[in-house]
Design a protein around this ligand. Structure first.
Ligand code: HSM
Length: 258
C-alpha cells in the first residue's frame, strides 16, 4: 500500500517555516560559523599553490545574504541558478579545462539524487592542492540514529535526504580518497515536539521527520515510535526540563587526487 506520508520538500512554504524555526531552536549556524572563522583558515592556507587568484565553487550557495555585504568587491561572482546535476552537464558539454582551488558543499547533499556521483564529479574538478569541503549531519548525531531506524518510512523521495557523513566517509574510503574530518557539536531544543497539538512542536517534528504534517498523517504506531526514539538517550539529553536533540554536524575535507 502506498504510504500516506508526503515529503516536506514538496511544500516549500511549510519547509521554509520549519527550517527557520529549526534555526531558532538550534546552534546549527553558530557551530558552522565557529568552524569557518577558527579552523578553516588554517586548512585553506595551503590551497592555490601560490596563485594570485583562487577559483572557488559554492555548490548550493544562495545570493540573498550577499546583498547585505559591502566588503566583497574584490571577488567576482558568477551565479549558476540550476541544480548541481544541470551544472555538471553544462560543465561537461563546455569541456572547460578550468579547475577549482576550493569547492564547498554545505548542507546540500541531502538534495541530490546521487550523492556518490556528485562527490566524484566535484572532486574531479579540484586543481593540485585543491580541497573539497562537505558539511552534513554526523552519522553519530540524533539524525543518524533516527534515519538508521526509520529510513524506509521517512526517506521516501527521489533525493538522498537521509544522508550523513558516515555514508560519505564509507564512500570516500571505498574510493581510497584522502580526507580529514571535524565534528561540530550542536544541539536542537525539541521539547515542544512532545506537547500534542503544539504548533511549534509540529513544525519541528515535520523538519525532523522530513514529512509534511507528520503528526496528522503518520500512523499512531509510527508517531509513537518516532517520539520514543527522539526522547531516547541515543538521540537526546534531558536538561532542566528541556529535551535537547543531538544535532552534531561533521565537516569533511577531501583532498585533490595527486
Ligand atoms: N534535511 C535537513 C537536515 C539537517 N539537519 C540540516 C540539520 N541541518
Amino acid at each position: 500500500m502506498a504510504s500516506p506520508l508526503r515529503s516536506l520538500v514538496y511544500d516549500d512554504s511549510r519547509y521554509q517555516k520549519a527550517f527557520h524555526l529549526f534555526l531558532e531552536c538550534s546552534s546549527e549556524h553558530q557551530c558552522m560559523q565557529d568552524f569557518i572563522h577558527k579552523i578553516l583558515p588554517e586548512i585553506l592556507a595551503g590551497i592555490g599553490d601560490g596563485k594570485s587568484h583562487l577559483n572557488v565553487i559554492g555548490v548550493g550557495s544562495g545570493d540573498v545574504l550577499l546583498a547585505q555585504k559591502s566588503d566583497l568587491d574584490y571577488i567576482t561572482f558568477n551565479w549558476n541558478k540550476m541544480t548541481s546535476a544541470e551544472f555538471e552537464d553544462q560543465w561537461k558539454s563546455k569541456q572547460t579545462p578550468k579547475k577549482a582551488d576550493f569547492i564547498h558543499m554545505i548542507q546540500m547533499l541531502y538534495y541530490v539524487k546521487d550523492v556518490e556521483a556528485t562527490i566524484r564529479f566535484f572532486q574531479s574538478l579540484l586543481d593540485k592542492h585543491g580541497k573539497l569541503l562537505i558539511i552534513l549531519v554526523s552519522g553519530e548525531s540524533g539524525w543518524g540514529k533516527l534515519w538508521k531506524t526509520f529510513r524506509t518510512q521517512l526517506c521516501m523521495c527521489e533525493i538522498s535526504q537521509c544522508v550523513t557523513t558516515a555514508d560519505v566517509k564509507s564512500f570516500l574510503d571505498s574510493e581510497k580518497l584522502k580526507y580529514k574530518s571535524y565534528a561540530l557539536p550542536s544541539q536542537m531544543d525539541i521539547t515542544e515536539c512532545f506537547t500534542e497539538g503544539d504548533e511549534k512542536g509540529e513544525l519541528l517534528l515535520d523538519f525532523l521527520t522530513e514529512t509534511d504534517h507528520f503528526s496528522r498523517t503518520a500512523s499512531p504506531q509510527l508517531k509513537a515510535d518516532v517520539l520514543k526514539l527522539l526522547r531516547d538517550p541515543a538521540c537526546s539529553l534531558e536538561s532542566n526540563g528541556r529535551v535537547i536533540f543531538n544535532n552534531t554536524l561533521e565537516v569533511i575535507i577531501v583532498d585533490a587526487t595527486t
